[in-house]
Ligand binder design. Structure first.
Ligand code: FAD
Ligand code: NAI
Length: 510
């Protein structure tokens, strides 16, 4: 009885404590403290982009040390891992967006935000050119912003490899409007296929959903789409059941090339069971309004070109450099051999520059272009900039103490200044000892449909490659828990907390 009583008390106190903590979080979120005004005597730090890298930096940056200006055409942060689920309505897009203004108002010193695209970085003259590309424009919609320090976190654009017709006829999957466009097109294909007197060939074409690119984006979208068909479309529109068909086209010999071999096999087997057709070693060379032209090698080793009709084409063949990043690279001789993005050193400084840093998909630091890498790089830069500000403050104090020591009227005050200098020098050494950026890989997760996921996770004893429904619950709960709170960056930085919080969100799909 005594044990029961104690268990009850502990549970009761935990629930009360949890509720109080949540209540305090909500109160804090709604009533931020008054912000300090920016100090024009401080260095101007311009941050480009509001994606994983830049937002992670902004979350941890002590903004009172700099005049911080953020420039991005997107005034919200997007939780990309759940974007494929928005294409079919499994997740509402608003749930994966976080207004940038909302978290900036919680910073100690105010941060300026301009909803604009940076069109050019003038490295030599330390300024950027920005354009308001939104629908509504005022008298001023193009201007320049000078900087002392610049962080480039503009991500990447969709790769098309110059293949004709892709931009005109395909859909990408990178931003919220892309997901909305896909969702609209899926339904349009279904409704058009059921239009009166539609020919059988046309019905087949309209209901053929082709995904090009067997990387994680293509695989996750194909899985979500097949789920949508099985769970909803098949019931809503039974007459399309025999013709609705998803095909995944991949140029390499397998899908998910960056995952372990057994997970690749598991994914391909699961797709087979889900009736998603996987066409590996097939490279799309041309896209027209109604079909794609794909090259493959037949059983005799001969190259063949096949025309594959489609209703919806989703193009997910990876990342390409943004023109503005290419232009910056062309201004810096040390970047001339870099092909995939801004080459950075171990402190994420753009090679060949002193005051420009790059994070995320636009930077080349020998890691895969993932949210995990971008978020860790952003957090590292925040620490670096906080340390740099501390170093400067200590150095200033040291200079003034040296003057005091020099002009000290007696031995006692000289010794006093000497003691303080010694302490400060020790602190300076500690502050300056920050090591280079080191990426800590927490693992890769991908949803493959039918409430199954695959995971390559770094474990205490090495790597754990696992797939199935339990992995799906892990995938779903980890990502939902990150998304649940507007403070999900806390979770990104602490996977153990994500796992703990995930216990609360295990449940049915939808
Ligand atoms: P982004 O997050 O793309 O942000 C770039 C920012 O720059 C945006 O705010 C954009 O508006 C802004 N910008 C663009 N042009 C300009 C300009 N000219 N001037 C100023 N600002 C500009 N990774 C994982 O680790 N796990 C996953 O599960 C995962 N799932 C994904 C699912 C999908 C569908 C996609 C597309 C990607 C996924 N990724 C995942 C990859 C991950 O999203 C990227 O690696 C990550 O977004 C890169 O962060 P970033 O900050 O470099 O760029
Ligand atoms: P990707 O670069 O990983 O894969 C693109 C695929 O398209 C490649 O396998 C390539 O061989 C194929 N391809 C290229 N051209 C082709 C053509 N003409 N015809 C047929 N196939 C062609 O791109 P993806 O999936 O967009 O991912 C981009 C980055 O985002 C990666 O680093 C990935 O790890 C990350 N990401 C991670 C996710 C996760 O961890 N769950 C989810 C989505 C993206």
């Amino acid at each position: 009885w005594r044990m029961l009583r104690w268990t009850w008390r502990i549970t009761y106190l935990s629930v009360i404590g949890g509720l109080a903590y949540t209540g305090y979080g909500i109160y804090q979120n709604r009533t931020p403290l008054e912000q300090m005004d920016p100090d024009p005597s401080k260095k101007t730090l311009v941050v480009l982009g509001t994606g994983w890298g830049s937002v992670s930096l902004l979350k941890k940056l002590d903004t009172e040390n700099y005049n911080v200006i953020v420039v991005s055409p997107r005034n919200y942060f997007l939780f990309t891992p759940l974007l494929p689920s928005c294409t079919t309505g499994t997740i509402e897009h608003r749930s994966i967006m976080e207004p940038i203004r909302n978290f900036l108002r919680h910073k100690k010193a105010a941060v300026k935000y301009y909803e604009a695209e940076c069109t050019k970085i003038d490295y030599e003259n330390k300024k950027i050119y920005i354009n308001d590309e939104s629908e509504i424009k005022g008298n001023s919609s193009a201007t320049e912003v000078p900087f002392d320090m610049l962080v480039v976190g503009v991500g990447a654009e969709n790769a098309t490899f110059g293949i004709p017709g892709v931009r005109e006829h395909g859909c990408f999957l990178k931003e919220v409007p892309d997901a909305q466009k896909i969702r609209k097109r899926i339904m349009d294909c279904v409704e058009t296929a059921t239009f009166k007197d539609q020919s059988p060939e046309e019905i087949k074409r309209l209901l053929h959903m082709v995904v090009v690119g067997g990387g994680p984006t293509g695989v996750e979208f194909a899985g979500e789409l097949q789920d949508f068909f099985e769970n909803d479309l098949r019931k809503w529109v039974p007459e399309i059941a025999d013709n609705f068909h998803v095909t995944l086209v991949e140029a390499l010999p397998s899908v998910l090339p960056s995952f372990s071999k057994n997970l690749i096999d598991y994914t391909e087997q699961t797709f087979k069971e889900e009736t998603i057709e996987v066409r590996t070693k097939t490279m799309v060379k041309n896209v027209t309004e109604k079909y794609i032209e794909a090259q493959f090698t037949d059983a005799n080793g001969e190259k063949q070109v096949e025309k594959i009709p489609y209703g919806l084409l989703v193009w997910a063949t990876g990342n390409a450099l943004r023109p503005m990043v290419k232009d910056l690279m062309s201004q810096i001789p040390a970047q001339k051999d870099s092909r995939r993005g801004l080459a950075v050193n171990e402190y994420l400084v753009v090679k060949g520059t002193e005051n420009i840093w790059a994070v995320g998909d636009c930077a080349v630091a020998n890691y895969a272009p993932t949210a995990q890498v971008a978020a860790q790089e952003g957090a590292f830069l925040a620490r670096l900039f906080n340390q740099m500000a501390k170093t400067e403050a200590i150095e200033l104090e040291l200079a003034s103490l040296s003057t005091v020591q020099e002009h000290a009227p007696n031995k006692e005050s000289r010794d006093d200044a000497f003691g303080k200098i010694k302490d400060l020098q020790k602190r300076l050494r500690r502050v300056k000892s920050m090591g280079p950026f080191e990426y800590s890989h927490q693992g890769s997760l991908a949803y493959i449909g039918s409430e199954k996921a695959v995971a390559d996770i770094s474990w205490w004893t090495g790597n754990l490659a696992t797939g199935g429904q339990l992995t799906y619950f892990f995938w779903r709960s980890a990502y939902l828990s990150m998304c649940f709170s507007s403070k999900f960056f806390l979770f990104i930085c602490s996977p153990s907390r994500a796992t703990a919080a995930s216990l609360f969100v295990l449940g049915g799909k939808g």
